[in-house]
Design a protein around this ligand. Structure first.
Ligand SMILES: [Zn+2]
Length: 197
């Protein structure tokens, strides 16, 4: 063998211009927030996966990763309260200030869901997926319990706050035969301060 043939050709490594954003490193809520902040049109239309990906990256570049995460947590917290009819006027007002165009937010949410389905989520992102926060005074007032109704035999009955008692709620559900994901414990460690708000 000729010694010269052992020399590997030089591989040029492309120089990256600034930090790159990968959609896989964003939760569904974060992708929705990014799309909302991007040039994506508000109409319900089909777009190519590449185009949606580009808009997500554009939104992140506009707001910054920190702000995308913050808004993503508020967006998801609002949704959890809304599902249980627990949104107060203050929380709703702040939500609408952040996302004044309701229709656009719905479109962004749908596009983000499709993108998560197609592009998936990195493992690290899956661990913090579902982190929620409330912008305003949560109906549980930080106690994680919300008065639900009055029972003649038991007295006042509380419900668990869908945002601040999420880990407990998941454990309860797991107790009724659903698959329990151990990752939920990791996801709700105290250092996730967004969960504690
Ligand atoms: Zn709460």
């Amino acid at each position: 063998m000729m010694p010269g043939t052992l020399v590997k050709p030089l591989v040029r490594v492309p120089v990256q211009s600034g930090p790159t954003v990968r959609v896989q490193d964003l939760t569904g809520a974060e992708r929705a927030v990014a799309l909302y902040a991007s040039d994506m049109p508000s109409g319900r239309r089909r777009h190519s996966s590449e185009q949606v990906r580009e808009w997500i990256v554009q939104g992140v570049e506009r707001l910054g990763v920190e702000e995308i995460r913050r808004r993503g947590e508020f967006f998801y917290g609002h949704r959890l309260l809304e599902l249980h009819g627990l949104v107060t006027a203050q929380i709703q007002q702040r939500h609408e200030q952040r996302f004044p165009k309701r229709g656009r937010l719905n479109v962004a949410d749908q596009q983000a869901a499709d993108n998560v389905y197609g592009d998936r989520m990195s493992e690290a992102t899956r661990l913090r997926n579902g982190t929620a926060a409330v912008d305003g005074d949560c109906p549980c007032r930080g106690t994680r319990y919300i008065p639900a109704f009055y029972d003649e035999d038991c007295g006042p009955v509380d419900m668990l706050c869908p945002v601040h008692a999420r880990a407990e709620i998941r454990r309860h559900r797991a107790g009724y035969g659903q698959t329990f994901d151990l990752r939920d414990d990791v996801r709700h460690t105290p250092r996730h301060t967004g969960e504690q708000r």
